[in-house]
Design a protein around this ligand. Structure first.
Ligand SMILES: Cc1cc2nc3c(=O)[nH]c(=O)nc-3n(C[C@H](O)[C@H](O)[C@H](O)COP(=O)(O)OP(=O)(O)OC[C@H]3O[C@@H](n4cnc5c(N)ncnc54)[C@H](O)[C@@H]3O)c2cc1C
Length: 493
């Protein structure tokens, strides 16, 4: 992603040299995204249908969370808007009053995405949709095969002039005085020198940590999951237009539908379940036959204290990791790249650029961290030691402040450029069982009959528009069906 975006934006003024090792390979997970990825693809002038076909992609209207607040609960965190705002107040404030009066259904009935997703319906906004129709603003992201996306971007980058060297980096050379990285040495003996290095070495963090010792801020106290086991399985039905996340006894399980297979994983805390138990649990909870052996992955939640240090910028897993509950890692890569392009240095590496980059990325990571903790911290589950730990754990003050304000009268204020806005926070707070004590008094300035009429009207408009949408599978078959792939199912001993 870094090589593709920088070569596209800066053209021949910058020479990009990509070093990767086929022997080491990529992490091979990371298949669900947030809507911002479309902007990245547009920057690269990627045709959407072609991209979905090439990556065995499907479309995503949001995430279905099962068993999070309590066993048996289910809600969808959908992209896009909730209802229609009126006057000063966002729609959910009217919904709170209508609900208190017994005149409203569950919040999920008032958003196109949260109604369409469980029905398996999807379409991109039709070009002839009237501007005030909910169909005109369908917000969506993608699920895709991460390996195929990486290959796609590699081809694109090479076509844009990026030089690629296949090889293993075995040593890193620094200027003895400044500590700036001067070159990386490959196993073959060749060296690659540069003015600026982007460390995309994944969890290895070869330049930013092994060489520059940027330091790591550990957030496991709030997000105790430290491992995952992943395995794809055969597709058994039409692909759902949403990611599914089911809370389990020591973490949670993801399900990501692609055109040719379904991606699955169990993210868990090693304090509360063994690796073998987690792998066995995952294999017993797949929709279809496993298409490989479960693959273990270890991680520590947190981020580098400095994501940019000297002439090295860590992008991707080398910079940090927050569990993939809201599919935010690829977004953080995208955001790091666009911030680097805005703050691109001259050869003198003015420190203000680095400090600005680090402060902004720190803010972005921490806001996402808080949003992820929100999914856990208000649970009423007590059915395992993991959930008992979660219930008793302290949470960051920044998150406590958001929860307290919302609990008081349903208000939420997005700070600066934080990724998740009002719709996301409201859906997850309500979905997790936080209901404000009251609504904002401005709601009373609207006549009660008008307010109830608004809520009822929104529900009807959403339902009738969703009924016009095709099934997700039919949409894909018509516009972007990928080539059929057959898998050899491994024989288990
Ligand atoms: C369990 C799990 C689930 C995830 N799910 C999601 C998700 O749903 N959505 C999302 O947005 N993100 C998700 N992510 C994150 C996502 O997978 C990563 O952000 C993304 O794949 C980018 O990884 P990366 O390029 O930083 O690292 P990697 O994929 O590990 O790539 C590292 C690269 O560095 C190269 N390399 C390493 N060492 C050397 C060396 N010595 N010499 C030469 N080359 C070297 C490797 O060859 C490789 O090309 C998930 C991550 C995990 C762990």
């Amino acid at each position: 992603m870094s090589a593709a975006a920088i070569s596209k934006s800066f053209g021949k003024s910058i020479q990009v040299h990509l070093v990767e090792s086929d022997d080491i390979g990529t992490i091979g997970v990371g298949e669900a995204t947030v809507p911002h990825i479309s902007a990245f693809n547009r920057l690269l002038e990627i045709n959407e249908a072609e991209f979905v076909r090439q990556t065995q992609g499907t479309f995503k209207l949001g995430i279905m969370f099962k068993d999070w607040g309590k066993l048996g609960d289910s809600y969808v965190h959908g992209f896009g808007t909730i209802g229609r705002d009126l006057g000063l107040m966002p729609f959910h404030q009217y919904w709170l009053k209508a609900r208190a009066m017994g005149g409203a259904k569950d919040l999920s009935h008032y958003s196109l995405n949260t109604v369409a997703a469980p029905q398996g319906r999807f379409m991109v906004p039709p070009s002839d949709a009237p501007p005030n129709s909910p169909l005109a603003e369908i917000a969506y992201a993608y699920h895709f095969d991460a390996g195929l996306y990486a290959r796609y971007l590699r081809n694109l980058s090479e076509a844009q002039g990026v030089r690629r060297t296949e090889g293993k980096v075995v040593a890193i050379h620094q200027d003895p005085e400044s500590g700036f990285v001067e070159s990386v040495q490959l196993e073959s003996g060749a060296t690659v020198s540069a003015d600026l290095f982007i460390d995309c070495s994944g969890f290895r963090a070869m330049l930013i940590e092994d060489t520059l010792h940027a330091g790591f801020e550990d957030w496991s106290e709030w997000l105790p999951c430290d491992r995952a086991v992943a395995v794809p399985c055969a597709k058994v039905g039409p692909p759902t237009p949403y990611t599914c996340s089911t809370a389990r006894s020591a973490g949670w399980q993801w399900r990501i539908p692609l055109q040719h297979r379904t991606g699955n994983g169990y993210v868990y805390s090693s304090q509360f379940i063994s690796d073998d138990e987690a792998a066995a649990f995952l294999l017993n909870n797949l929709d279809g036959e496993a298409l490989g052996e479960p693959r273990p992955i270890r991680f520590t939640t947190g981020k580098r204290k400095k994501l940019w240090d000297k002439n090295v910028i860590a992008i991707g897993l080398s910079g940090g990791f927050i569990e993939p509950l809201e599919s935010t890692a690829i977004f953080l890569i995208q955001s790091g790249i666009s911030r680097l392009m805005s703050l691109f240095p001259h050869a003198d590496f003015d420190e203000v650029l680095q400090n600005t980059y680090n402060a902004q990325m720190d803010f972005e990571y921490k806001k996402i961290r808080d949003f992820i903790i929100l999914h856990y911290c208000v649970t009423t589950r007590e059915d395992s030691d993991f959930w008992k730990y979660i219930r008793a754990m302290r949470i960051p003050d920044s998150l406590r402040a958001y929860i307290d304000l919302f609990s008081a009268n349903g208000q939420f204020f997005r700070e600066g450029t934080e990724l998740f806005g009002l719709t996301s926070w409201v859906q997850v707070m309500v979905g997790q069982g936080i209901l404000p004590k009251t609504y904002h008094p401005a709601v009373d300035w609207v006549k009660t009959s008008d307010m109830l009429g608004l809520v009822e009207h929104v529900e009807k408009v959403v339902a009738s528009n969703v009924a016009l949408m095709p099934k997700h599978e039919a949409f894909i078959a018509r516009h972007c069906a990928a080539p059929t792939v057959s898998f050899k199912v491994p024989v288990r001993q």
